[in-house]
Design a protein around this ligand. Structure first.
Ligand SMILES: Cc1ncc(COP(=O)(O)O)c(C=O)c1O
Length: 461
C-alpha cells in the first residue's frame, strides 16, 4: 500500500461514508486539484466533470471572482451571530433580489438544501395550521434530515422509515413521468392527468397545507413536465388554498437554462428553496424564499427557527460574485449554444446505444435512462435494488467512464448529465466520445430491438 493509500484507509476507518454500507467506504479516490471542468486525482490524472460533482459546481472549479469574494470576507469578518447583520448578507440579498421572482420577497439563509426545505416545512405548517399534510411526488429527493427525507419519494426514505426517523404527514402524488406514465396514457391525449389528479387528491385527503415539487426532477430522473403541468398545478393549489413549494436546490441557478426552472412555465411558487449553484458550491449555502402572503403571517407570530450558521458571512459572501458570473456567462451566449449542442450530441448518442431507453432533459440537465430492452422498457435495476448491494448497470457504465477520464454520476436507472455551465462545445464532444465507449458496457447486456430511444421531454401537441 502506498503512503497515500494508507492515509486514505486511515481516514475511512475513522469516518462515515455517505449513503453506503461502511465496508464499501474503503479506498475512495483522492482529489488533489481542479480547474474549470476538470479535476485531478493524486496521480495527476484529469477527469472531465460531466455532473458538476453533485450537480452543484455550476461555474466549474477555480472561479476567480467567487474565490476572491470569499477570501476578502474571510479576512474581514468570517462569522458573526445571525442576530447581527453583515455587509455580506446585505449584498447577498441585493444580488438575489436582482434574479429571484420579486414576489418572493422574504428570505432565510441556511447552509444546505435540506435545511432550506426544513425551514419551508415549518413556515408552511405553522402558517397553515391546522392543515399539515404536504404532498410530494415519488420521483423526488428533498434532503437527508427528518422532514426532508420524509418528503422524499426515492428509496432513501424507505430506510429512514425503517429507522423510525421520519415525520408524519408527508404524502405522495403520481409523477409527471411521461416515459413511464403512472396512468399509462400519452401526452397530449392524457390532458395532463398527472396534474389534474392533484385536485382529486387534495380534496379527498383533506388537511393539505402544501405541495412540494422539484420543477425539473433532479436525481430521480431529470423529468421535464408537459408545458401545461405547472400552470394547472398552480391553479389547483390556489383553488384549494394549498401552498406551492418549488425545490430549486438542483434545478435552480441556470441549470435548466433559466435562473430558476419554474420560469420556463411562468409560474411563481409561494415558497422557493435553493442551494447548490447559489454559491456555485464554493461555500455551504441555502436559501428559503417566501411570498408576502407567507411572510405576513410571521409579523405577529414567532418564526421559531434558526441555526448557528444562519446568514453565515463566509457562505453568503459567495453570492454576489456568483450571480454576476452567471449573468456575464449567459450574456456571452456560450451556455445557450453549448446546451443546444449537448442536446444534439445526446440524441445522437442515444440513437447509437441500445441500452438507452429514453433521453430527456433541458439546458445543462439531462438523463439517459438505461434499460435492458427498449421495446418492453424492462430496466436493468429497480429502485428497491439501489441500496441492496447489487452492481447496478448505470454505476457500471459510470465506472467505465471514470476509467477513461469522465466523471458522470448515476442513479439506479439513469446517467446524470449535468456539466458545469462553462463547458464548451469542444469539451462536450470530448466527454460524449468517452461516454460513447462507456455505454458499450450496457449494450452488451441489452436486447436488440427495432425500437429507437424515446425523447420523452420533446412535447408535441
Ligand atoms: C432537489 C433537492 N433538494 C434538496 C437537496 C438536499 O440538499 P443538501 O444535500 O444540500 O442538503 C438536494 C440534494 O441533492 C436536491 O437535489
Amino acid at each position: 500500500m502506498s503512503v497515500t493509500e494508507t492515509k486514505i484507509k486511515e481516514l475511512t476507518n475513522h469516518t462515515y461514508g455517505t449513503w453506503s454500507r461502511q465496508k464499501a467506504w474503503s479506498t475512495p479516490m483522492q482529489i488533489t486539484d481542479a480547474e474549470g471542468i476538470y479535476f485531478y486525482n493524486d496521480k495527476g490524472k484529469p477527469f472531465i466533470d460531466f455532473s458538476s460533482q453533485l450537480m452543484c459546481t455550476n461555474l466549474g472549479f477555480k472561479n476567480k471572482a467567487v474565490i476572491e469574494a470569499i477570501i476578502k470576507q474571510a479576512e474581514k469578518l468570517p462569522y458573526v451571530a445571525p442576530g447581527f447583520v453583515t455587509e455580506a448578507a446585505i449584498e447577498a440579498v441585493e444580488a438575489l433580489r436582482s434574479v429571484m421572482p420579486q414576489e418572493l420577497s422574504k428570505l432565510f439563509f441556511s447552509t444546505s438544501g435540506t435545511e432550506a426545505n426544513e425551514a419551508a416545512f415549518k413556515l408552511v405548517r405553522q402558517s397553515k395550521f391546522p392543515a399539515y399534510k404536504i404532498i410530494s411526488r415519488y420521483h423526488s429527493y428533498h434532503g437527508a434530515t427528518a422532514g426532508s427525507i420524509s418528503a422524499t419519494g426515492d428509496s432513501r426514505r424507505w430506510y429512514a422509515e425503517l429507522a423510525r426517523t421520519t415525520v408524519p404527514g408527508m404524502i405522495f402524488a403520481p409523477d409527471n413521468y411521461c416515459y413511464r406514465c403512472p396512468f399509462d396514457i400519452s401526452y397530449p391525449d392524457c390532458k395532463v392527468q398527472c396534474a389534474r389528479y392533484l385536485d382529486y387528491m387534495i380534496k379527498e385527503e383533506g388537511n393539505v397545507a402544501a405541495m412540494i415539487v422539484e420543477p425539473v426532477v433532479g436525481t430521480n430522473g431529470r423529468i421535464v413536465p408537459p408545458p401545461e403541468y405547472y400552470p394547472i398545478l398552480r391553479q389547483i393549489c390556489d383553488e384549494n388554498n394549498v401552498l406551492l413549494i418549488a425545490d430549486e436546490v438542483m434545478s435552480g441557478w441556470y441549470r435548466t437554462g433559466k435562473t430558476f426552472a419554474m420560469e420556463h412555465w411562468n409560474v411563481i411558487p409561494d415558497i422557493m428553496t435553493t442551494a447548490k449553484g447559489a454559491s456555485a458550491a464554493y461555500t455551504p449555502l441555502a436559501i428559503t424564499a417566501t411570498s408576502d402572503k407567507v411572510a405576513k403571517f410571521f409579523e405577529e407570530e414567532l418564526f421559531c427557527h434558526g441555526h448557528t450558521y444562519a446568514y453565515h458571512a463566509l457562505a453568503t459572501s459567495a453570492i454576489p460574485a456568483a450571480v454576476q458570473e452567471y449573468k456575464t456567462l449567459f450574456d456571452s451566449g456560450v451556455p445557450q449554444k453549448a446546451s443546444e449542442h449537448l442536446q444534439q450530441e445526446l440524441y445522437e448518442l442515444a440513437d447509437k446505444h441500445i441500452c438507452v431507453g429514453d433521453v430527456r432533459g433541458i439546458g445543462h440537465f439531462w438523463a439517459l435512462e438505461i434499460v435492458k430492452n427498449r421495446k418492453t422498457k424492462e430496466p436493468f435495476d429497480t429502485k428497491a435494488e439501489k441500496f441492496a448491494g447489487k452492481a447496478l448497470m448505470p454505476a457500471q457504465i459510470g465506472a467505465e467512464a471514470m476509467k477513461r477520464g469522465l466523471y458522470v454520476a448515476s442513479w439506479y436507472d439513469t446517467m446524470v448529465i449535468a456539466p458545469p455551465l462553462i463547458i464548451t462545445e469542444g469539451q462536450i464532444d470530448e466527454a460524449i466520445g468517452i461516454l460513447d465507449k462507456a455505454l458499450e458496457v450496457g449494450d452488451k447486456e441489452a436486447v436488440e430491438t427495432d425500437v429507437p430511444a424515446s425523447r420523452s421531454s420533446e412535447y408535441k401537441n
